[in-house]
Design a binder for this molecule. Structure first.
Ligand code: MRU
Length: 343
């Protein structure tokens, strides 16, 4: 996707350095971060310089390739690197999918590992493009669409999942309007989704997380499209915390609730959503907010009552029965039929 007229991917590799758009600084500053070895790339994932299922997956694949380049002859080193990469974040299935593929390729040669990591990134971009084409067919001209968190191109290598159909619809000349849930505590909707939509000239408003049901009750939302971090074989969907509430409200008001995700996000070994590990993040993400001061310098301020602690589960699981359909790169499926595409 384009930033100031220049084409970017969210993550790419140059020599053995992983280059990424620094997402913690957006939308206030656009900067490329360079991770020179697999350990730095692990930090990039755990500190959310990169985030979003597909982008995390591609980055983890590159990190695994970096470890092979660093010392592919030392089996203990490579195994330890794999463990460290897999411990960066627990929920996004794409991370484990990518690490497994690159690790297996690395058993043949270092070159194979690097090529596999690149292939995963390219496949992610192509899958998201396809999701856009297929999902566009579900969007009518004039649609008002609500989305949660950021499942745009920043959350993948390119195009995005939930936002890819929106971009495709907009480019095909349809009138589309997006309500972007702000997505507390880290504000991926208010910061990243809104920034992406601005860049693409898609009309939108940022809404408080708790405004969704109200807008649905007023008939202002025609459809909801969200992404996913991991989908279980039975069609249960893990996504950013707050997604479940939207799905419940959508069911009550008879509004279609779509999940868009590449097949690489489906964990066919996970029988139900109950088995999906839910990341618990640090309480400071809830208790503090970050934003620019008058001089544009990012500052942290405390918003929680001093002395109070916070609970910060990063994801929730929406049961398959609340999901109208899952838009994948291999077609649009009833969540209960996902198992039919198990490779
Ligand atoms: O914690 P994050 O920002 O990595 O959360 C992941 C997400 O971006 C969302 O849950 C998203 O809606 C689905 S992943 C494309």
């Amino acid at each position: 996707m384009k930033v100031a007229g220049k084409n970017y991917r969210t993550v790419w590799m140059e020599d053995n350095t992983v280059c990424l758009i620094e997402q913690n600084l957006l939308p206030f500053e656009f900067k490329i971060f360079r991770a020179k070895n697999y350990r730095e790339t692990c930090t990039v994932i755990s500190t959310m310089i990169v985030r979003g299922a597909g982008a995390i997956g591609a980055t983890a694949g590159y990190a695994m390739a970096q470890a092979f380049v660093e010392d592919g002859d030392d089996i203990a080193f490579v195994k330890k690197a794999r463990e460290e990469i897999e411990n960066t974040r627990p929920t996004a299935q794409n991370l484990f999918y990518a690490v497994e593929r690159v690790y297996s390729a690395g058993q043949i040669s270092v070159q194979q590992a690097v090529e596999e990591a690149q292939k995963i990134a390219d496949e992610d971009a192509a899958a998201c493009k396809k999701i856009g084409e297929l999902g566009n067919e579900l969007i009518r001209d004039g649609a008002n669409i609500e989305t949660h968190c950021n499942a745009g191109w920043l959350a993948f290598v390119d195009y995005g999942s939930a936002l890819s159909p929106v971009y495709a619809a907009h480019r095909s000349g349809k009138q589309v309007f997006v309500y972007a849930d702000e997505t507390r505590p880290r504000g991926q909707g208010a910061r990243l989704t809104a920034w992406e939509l601005q860049n693409e000239n898609v009309e939108h408003l940022i809404i408080p997380d708790n405004a969704g049901a109200h807008l649905m009750s007023q008939g202002k939302v025609d459809m909801i499209i969200v992404g996913s971090d991991r989908i279980a074989a039975n069609g249960d969907v893990a996504n950013k915390i707050g997604t479940l509430e939207k799905a419940i409200a959508a069911k009550y008001y008879g509004i279609p609730f779509y999940v868009a995700a590449p097949v690489s996000t489906i964990d066919f070994d996970c029988t139900s959503g109950k088995d999906i590990p839910i990341e618990q993040r640090h309480e400071d993400e809830v208790l503090y907010q970050t934003g620019p001061d008058a001089k544009g310098k990012l500052q942290q301020i405390r918003i929680g009552s001093p002395g109070s602690n916070a609970l910060n589960p990063a994801f929730d699981v929406t049961p398959a029965e609340l999901v109208t359909a899952i838009i994948t790169d291999k077609g649009i499926f009833n969540p209960r039929e996902l198992i039919t595409i198990k490779p």
